[in-house]
Every structure is written in structure tokens, then in C-alpha cells.
Design a protein around this ligand. Structure first.
Ligand SMILES: Nc1ncnc2c1ncn2[C@@H]1O[C@H](COP(=O)(O)OP(=O)(O)OP(=O)(O)O)[C@@H](O)[C@H]1O
Ligand SMILES: [Mg+2]
Length: 355
């Protein structure tokens, strides 16, 4: 399939529903052939943004371009955009082949071409041989793949996904998300993918846009967001980080010595260092030992849980409880044991205190 792919550009988009502001001045670029994920908590404006790109919702302010074309006031029918929904929305009385080719029926493509394209789209999602089944005769994952084939067959400029995997169990989610990523890459489609699952976002995206309260909190590659969070919200939302109050004692470039209760620790800031900052460290970047080691906090094991591939600990310290994930498991620590929690300096990131 050789669709004309296009970039998408949103400029100062605003969306109000009566007195509710769902989107606040949002500017966003989706480069051609890339998959950009909108990630954020419930109600932050992800679906609204997607519907504005599709033309299912008109923006209250701002402009939207698909390729070179200003589509701000164009209705959905005139935009070459296809959407895959959370509930696959297949026609229950049509078989798989009819469901997939339906969009082309509407566009009056000749029957033979329709059939050829539908077979090719089904092959792409690994459903060759399922053409005559009804949706009710398919598993959830297979139905979602039919929905993807039905969107892809339209050769859209832009493909939109709104939480496409939320009805699937964990194992299938992993499998289908890899398929979606592979199809998007093999067709070089520009895509916007909405999820509230950070692992899913990291797995499928070229770029992740984290939203909060209708605005962008931070955007970047999965690595940038994970390793250089620029706010308490991102550190917590993307990395499940421990956020610990601290006082800055001295700074040198992006490096700072901070005081956490009565202990001094080395740390880094992803951007510049300001007065009010907190320490953020991900559970996997803390190591536990019995013996005193520099750059560590003294504590006591409050909980220890064995989870097969790793141990989880809750450690009680003077600076509050910290959560630790130990995947190496060289030693197991028991509840009540005194330990030292070592903070790896380069992974101990300072983030501005949330206002
Ligand atoms: N038709 C509507 N009328 C009034 N308010 C709306 C309407 N649609 C959405 N909203 C509000 O706009 C905000 C953003 O909604 P949106 O559906 O975009 O969130 P979301 O990020 O997709 O959330 P979720 O993860 O729960 O799907 C919410 O506060 C919601 O209540
Ligand atoms: Mg939504």
C-alpha cells in the first residue's frame, strides 16, 4: 500500500466545552512517518486532541495542518485520516473481509480491487484464512487486528489510535502493540497513539507527549523522558520515581550536593538547578547493602516481597519511605533489618518542586 503520508501540526489548539477547558494552548508536531504517543492520566485531554485531528471535534481556537494543508475548518469526511478505537466497532453482521473492505465500498472502489486490498491488509495483520469469520467468532486480539486492517486499507495520511489495547489482556497487549508498531513502520505511516499506560507508550513510540490538565507537561523520546524528567509529575508518572524532599547545599554546573534529612548526597539536574527542588530516583536505581557506603541513606526494611524475577522493598528512612526494586537479588533482606540504600549519583535527578 502506498499511501501519501503527511506530517501533522497543531498550533495553539484550544478546546472548551462550555465552561470546561479540555485543551489549553496545545502545539504539537507529528513528523511524517513517525508515531507520536499522547500519554497522560484520565481526563487530561488525549481523546479530545485525537478527535480534533480527525475532525470529529472542532477546535475552539488555533490551527491544524495535515501536510501543507490547513484543515482547521474541514470536516472529518474531507480529512484523509483513519481512527482505531478502544472498542473495535466492527460490524457484527459482516464477516472479516466485508468489515475490512467496507471503507472502500463507501469510496466506490471497484469490487476486485477492494477484495485484493482487503486480502493484503489481512495478511499484514496476520489474519489470512479468517476472511469468512464473523467478529463474534474471533478473540479480542483478532478483532482489534481486523480494526487495524480496516483502518490501514484506507491508506490514510494519518492513522489515529485511541487506547486500542485496553480491552486486551496483558500478554495480548504486548503482542498486538508490537504488530501495530511493525505495520506503522513498514508502511511509514504518520500516527498518533493514545494511551495512559507508560510501558505501552515507551514500546510503540518515536516520541512521547505527556499531557496534564489539557497541556503538554513534557515531550521527548522514551529515553529522554525516562532519564531526564523535568518535573515531579513526569518523574513519578514515567519512572514511578521516589520523590524526596531535599535542601541544596552547593552546586557546580548541573551537579549538586543536597542534604536529605541529615545525610548529604550527590545528584544531577536534567536542566538548570533552582532553589526549590526535590530528589527523584527510580526504584531500580537504588541498591541496598548492610555496610555503610557513601551516597546512601540509612534505613530499615519495612516490607520485602519476592516477585520471581525481582524483589521489591519498602525502606523506612528519616526522609520518608522509599520504594526499591532489586533485580539482581545477590542478597535478600528481611523485614526489620537495618540497611543502607545507595543512591547512584548520576541517576539521582533533581526536579523542580510542583507548584
Ligand atoms: N463532550 C464533552 N462535554 C464536556 N466536557 C467534555 C466533553 N468531552 C470531554 N470533556 C472533558 O474534557 C476533558 C478531557 O477529556 P478527554 O476525553 O480528552 O480525556 P482523556 O485524556 O482522553 O481521558 P481518558 O484517559 O479517561 O480517556 C475532561 O475533563 C472531560 O470531562
Ligand atoms: Mg480518552
Amino acid at each position: 500500500m502506498n499511501s501519501e503520508n503527511a506530517s501533522v501540526s497543531l498550533s495553539n489548539i484550544k478546546k472548551c466545552y462550555g465552561t470546561v477547558t479540555a485543551i489549553e494552548n496545545l502545539s504539537l508536531e507529528i513528523p511524517e512517518g513517525e508515531i507520536v504517543t499522547l500519554l497522560g492520566p484520565s481526563g487530561c485531554g488525549k481523546t479530545t486532541t485525537l478527535r480534533i485531528i480527525a475532525g470529529l471535534e472542532q477546535a475552539t481556537g488555533g490551527e491544524i495542518y495535515i501536510g501543507q494543508e490547513n484543515v482547521t475548518h474541514q470536516s472529518a469526511t474531507y480529512r484523509n485520516v483513519a481512527m482505531v478505537f478502544q472498542s473495535y466497532a466492527l460490524f457484527p453482521h459482516m464477516n472479516v473481509l466485508e468489515n475490512v473492505s467496507y471503507g472502500l465500498t463507501v469510496s466506490s472502489t471497484p469490487k476486485k480491487t477492494r477484495k485484493e486490498k482487503a486480502f493484503r491488509a489481512l495478511e499484514m495483520v496476520g489474519l489470512t484464512g479468517f476472511e469468512n469469520r464473523l467478529p463474534s467468532e474471533l478473540s479480542g486480539g483478532q478483532q482489534q487486528r481486523v480494526a487495524v486492517a480496516r483502518a490501514v486499507i484506507l491508506e490514510p495520511d494519518v492513522l489515529l489510535f485511541d487506547e486500542p489495547l485496553s480491552n486486551l489482556d496483558a500478554k495480548l497487549r504486548r503482542h498486538v502493540r508490537e504488530e501495530i508498531r511493525q505495520i506503522q513502520q513498514s508502511l511509514g505511516l504518520s500516527a498518533v497513539y493514545v494511551t495512559h499506560d507508560q510501558e505501552e507508550a515507551m514500546a510503540v513510540s518515536d516520541k512521547i507527549v505527556v499531557m496534564k490538565d489539557g497541556a503538554i507537561a513534557q515531550q521527548g523520546t522514551p529515553t529522554e523522558l525516562y532519564e531526564q524528567p523535568q518535573s515531579e509529575f513526569i518523574a513519578d508518572f514515567i519512572g514511578d520515581a521516589n520523590i524526596i524532599p531535599c535542601e541544596i547545599e552547593s552546586t557546580s554546573g548541573n551537579r549538586a550536593v543536597v542534604k536529605v534529612s541529615s545525610t548529604t548526597l550527590d545528584s544531577y539536574a536534567a536542566k538548570h538547578i533552582s532553589k526549590d527542588m526535590k530528589l527523584s530516583i527510580q526504584p531500580r536505581n537504588i541498591r541496598l547493602t548492610h555496610t555503610y557506603t557513601p551516597n546512601s541513606l540509612a534505613g530499615r526494611v519495612q516490607h520485602s516481597t519476592y516477585l520471581g524475577g525481582h524483589m521489591e522493598y519498602l525502606i523506612n528512612t528519616d526522609a520518608g519511605d522509599i520504594f526499591v526494586v532489586d533485580a539482581e537479588m545477590n542478597e535478600k533482606y528481611q523485614k526489620g533489618e537495618s540497611i543502607h540504600a545507595i543512591f547512584e549519583a548520576t541517576k539521582t535527578i533533581l526536579v523542580p518542586v510542583e507548584q
